[in-house]
Design a protein around this ligand. Structure first.
Ligand SMILES: C[S@@+](CC[C@H](N)C(=O)[O-])C[C@H]1O[C@@H](n2cnc3c(N)ncnc32)[C@H](O)[C@@H]1O
Length: 452
């Protein structure tokens, strides 16, 4: 058990190096994440590890900060920020930068790369309009370890089932043993760089679009304000900022203002900030919502139509069909070899609102029964929404995911994640869709070190 003054020392150190705030009730988390480091270094216990930290071992400090980051991410996370990019930001930029033909995008907490790669895939759809353009997508993160994964662009079956439409999996990924690798072409469109948000941003240059999603939630208010202020200084008057679902500028920074009738997307609070045309976005949002049988502005993961009415599911939904239900005919898709995906998972056509269909959990054919076959699992009897974050209290196994430091077990980063509760009902997140009753496999959560 960590001594209170040791906790105080380490949490101060972590905050000063990264901005991450660790409250006293996260002692267990600190312990569970630091023990593997102590073991790896042959140190007897945490007291010895903290003694070494107090001695000023810089590599160890870096390792400890890295271990305390929460790297939860997934493709097209929360859907809307990517619809907004596709239907508002990109058309605006294509028009206004027609002569310059240069666009710069910053993913300021890129984690394992799903966010910048989601943007790169959208941009690829626009490649004929963007012929001759230079587009920089810069993905930065404080964690060296997670950037190694981002650069490799290698994802597990579970990770590609989180938010990635199957059509995009087929188009851009290749199976590599038991993982999926995003194409070299898409990978080459993103530059990764280790970068701490507490550092001076100016060397990074100017950015037209900034995704700073699901990282400010780990910071205290002055740090949030400071980061937002410095982000704004890098942006032109007509730039756009994206924040996570649980993040806002309201009450934190007056440098940005929310885009009318939209959430998560902000413009500069400057006279030069342009009026943008929301027609295409609102049409797409209304279409997606009605396809999912919900009101416009509805939730990201809607109950599939076939579950509501018995009718066939059509395109553009964000449905995650429940296991064990009858498969329905969606848009035709090709099943990638070895994917374990159903042949008829619903799939939006490219160029429309990205779906968050989760292939693989169901669908053995247009008329067959759904089969689980999914890497995602949830305890029998639990219901839930959004995606999963590994449990903080049982961070002993797993690969990438972390329960956000600053949150309890109920809400994940961005307010859309939820750890699979053991038999409990998960109701936060982006929708009320009931998940398949399956077994929670803890090995899918956490960082590799957590296994030891
Ligand atoms: C929850 S992930 C968010 C990933 C992605 N933006 C998304 O929304 O899916 C948060 C990321 O912020 C990074 N991070 C935390 N503190 C940071 C800091 N001070 N500077 C840069 N990155 C930081 C973590 O390493 C982690 O990868």
């Amino acid at each position: 058990m960590m001594k209170p003054d040791d906790f105080e020392f380490v949490s101060r150190l972590i905050k000063s190096k990264s901005g991450l705030v660790l409250s006293q009730d996260k002692t267990y988390l600190l312990e569970s994440r630091l023990m593997p480091i102590a073991r790896k270094r042959g140190l007897k216990d945490l007291t010895e590890l903290i003694g070494t930290l107090r001695g000023g071992d810089r590599n160890l400090v870096e390792e400890v900060v890295d271990a305390m980051t929460t790297n939860e991410s997934f493709f097209f996370r929360d859907t809307k920020p990517f619809d907004q990019f596709r239907h508002v930001v990109l058309p605006h930029m294509i028009k206004t930068r027609a002569s310059k033909k240069h666009l710069r995008i910053w993913c300021a907490a890129a984690s394992s790369g799903q966010e910048p790669y989601s943007l790169a895939m959208i941009l690829d759809e626009f490649k004929s309009q963007l012929a001759g353009w230079r587009i920089d997508i810069v993905g930065t993160d404080i964690s060296r370890e997670i950037l190694t994964k981002a650069r490799a662009g290698l994802y597990s079956q579970f990770e590609v089932q989180r938010g990635l439409p199957i059509g995009l999996l087929v188009k851009y990924f290749q199976k590599k043993e038991d993982q999926w690798q995003i194409s070299a072409d898409i990978r080459s469109k993103v530059q990764y760089k280790e970068f701490n948000l507490l550092e001076d941003f100016r060397p990074l240059g100017q950015f037209d679009v900034v995704y700073c999603r699901n990282v400010l939630i780990y910071f205290d208010q002055p740090t949030k304000s400071d980061v937002l202020s410095r982000v704004s200084a890098l942006m032109p008057d007509d730039g756009f900022l994206f924040l996570g679902g649980a993040e806002t500028v309201l009450g934190i920074s007056d440098k940005f203002k929310p885009l009318a009738r939209q959430r998560g997307i902000y413009q500069l609070n400057r006279p030069g900030a342009p009026e943008v045309d929301l027609t295409a976005l609102e049409k797409a949002q209304a279409g997606a919502a009605s396809a999912a049988g919900a009101a416009p502005g509805g939730l990201a993961f809607q109950k599939p139509k076939h579950m509501q009415t018995g009718a066939a599911t059509t395109t553009g939904t964000t449905a995650r069909p429940a296991a064990g239900t009858t498969g329905t005919a969606g848009t035709a898709t090709t099943r990638p070899a070895g994917s374990g995906f159903g042949t008829t998972s619903t799939q939006r056509p490219l160029g429309t609102t990205p779906s968050t269909t989760r292939p693989g959990t169901t669908g053995t054919g247009s008329t067959g029964s759904g089969t689980t076959g999914s890497a995602f699992s949830r305890p029998s009897g639990s219901t839930g929404t959004g995606s999963t974050t590994r449990p903080g209290t049982t961070d002993t196994t797993g690969s990438t995911y972390r329960r956000p430091l600053g949150t309890g077990t109920g809400a994940g980063a961005g307010g859309t994640t939820q750890r699979p509760g053991t038999g409990s009902s998960n109701t936060s997140g982006s929708s009320g869709t009931t998940r398949p009753s399956t077994t929670f496999d803890r090995s899918r959560f956490g960082k590799p070190d957590d296994k030891k």
